[in-house]
Design a protein around this ligand. Structure first.
Ligand code: KIV
Length: 274
C-alpha cells in the first residue's frame, strides 16, 4: 500500500521510520522493496550524482528529471523531492509555482525546502496550495557559504534557541515534518519532544522520530570523505571496482565472453555463406 504523509505523522511516538535518498529508477525500486518508508530525491543530487562541489547549481529541471525516475520506482514509499537553491528563496510566488511544477511533473507526494522562520511564509503558501512540505533546519547545505563550511549547528545558547524557534515556526507554518541536519543529539531530542510533527534526523542522534541518509554514503558507494554521522552498511565502491577490474582482465586475457555468454549459429548456415 502506498505510504502517505500520514504514515510519517502517525509514526511519531509509536515507531521509528526510515528515509533514504534516491535519484534514479532502479535505486528507488530497491529501496522501496526493502520497505523503507520514504524516499528523498535530495538536491544532494548535485554532489553525489552530478559531481558538483555543492548543491547550489542544481536546477528545478534536474530535480524533475530525477524525481520522475524515482516516482516510477517507488510503489509504496512516500516520495519527497527537494526544492533546489533559488527555486523558493526569491518570493512566495516562485515557491508555490516551483513546488507545483515539481509535484505535477514528477508525481511526488511532497516537497522539502531548507530554512526556518525566515521561509515560514513559503511553507504556509505551498501547504495552502495542497502540497505537503518537509522543512529542513540545522545545517542547510544551500547556505554553505553563509555558514563558512559544513559545521554542526545549534551549539551555543543563541544558536540552540534559534533552532528551537525555527522548528516551532515551520510547524506553525504547516510543515508536516522537519529534517534536523547536524544538530547535537540532546538538542534534537528537546526539539523532537516539543514538536507535534515528526523530526527526521541526519547527524542529529537517535531521538529523532525518523532517520534519513544519503544512500551513496551508507552504501560506501564512493571512497572519499565520510561524515561522522554516517554508518557504512556496505562497501559498494570496492565491490564495483573489483568487478570492473575483473571485466578488464578477462577481456584482455580472452576469457570473456566465454561460450556461456555467446550466441551460436549452425555450421550448415555458415557453410552456405560465400
Ligand atoms: O539533499 C539531501 O540529500 C538532503 C538530506 C541530506 C537530508 O537534504
Amino acid at each position: 500500500m502506498k505510504k502517505t504523509v500520514n504514515t510519517l505523522k502517525e509514526a511519531k511516538g509509536k515507531r521509528k521510520f526510515t528515509m533514504l535518498t534516491a535519484y534514479d529508477y532502479p535505486t528507488a525500486k530497491c529501496i522501496d522493496e526493502a520497505g523503507i518508508d520514504a524516499i528523498l530525491v535530495g538536491d544532494s543530487l548535485g554532489n553525489v550524482i552530478l559531481g558538483y562541489e555543492n548543491t547550489l547549481s542544481v536546477t528545478v529541471e534536474d530535480m524533475i528529471h530525477h524525481g520522475k525516475a524515482v516516482c516510477r520506482g517507488a510503489n509504496e514509499a512516500l516520495v519527497v523531492v527537494d526544492m533546489p537553491f533559488m527555486s523558493y528563496q526569491g518570493s512566495v510566488y516562485d515557491a508555490v509555482m516551483n513546488a507545483g511544477r515539481i509535484v505535477k511533473e514528477t508525481g511526488c507526494q511532497a516537497v522539502k525546502l531548507e530554512g526556518g522562520a525566515v521561509y515560514a511564509d513559503r511553507i504556509k503558501a505551498i501547504t495552502d496550495a495542497g502540497i505537503p512540505v518537509v522543512a529542513h533546519i540545522g545545517l542547510t547545505p544551500q547556505s554553505v557559504h553563509s555558514f563558512g563550511g559544513f559545521k554542526v549547528q545549534g551549539k551555543s545558547i543563541e544558536a540552540a534557541t534559534k533552532l528551537m524557534e525555527d522548528a516551532l515556526a515551520v510547524e506553525k507554518a504547516g510543515a508536516f515534518a522537519v529534517t534536523l541536519e547536524c544538530v547535537p543529539d540532546k538538542l534534537a531530542k528537546k526539539i523532537t519532544e516539543k514538536l507535534t510533527i515528526p523530526t527526521i534526523g541526519i547527524g542529529a542522534g537517535n531521538s529523532c522520530d525518523g532517520q534519513v541518509l544519503v544512500y551513496q554514503d551508507m552504501l560506501g558507494y564512493t571512497n572519499g570523505f565520510c561524515p561522522k554521522f554516517v554508518k557504512r552498511y556496505a562497501n559498494v565502491y570496492d565491490v564495483m571496482q573489483g568487478a570492473f577490474k575483473q571485466f578488464k582482465k578477462e577481456v584482455e586475457e580472452g576469457q570473456f565472453p566465454s561460450k556461456e555468454h555467446t550466441f551460436s549459429i549452425s555450421d550448415e548456415v555458415l557453410e552456405k555463406l560465400y
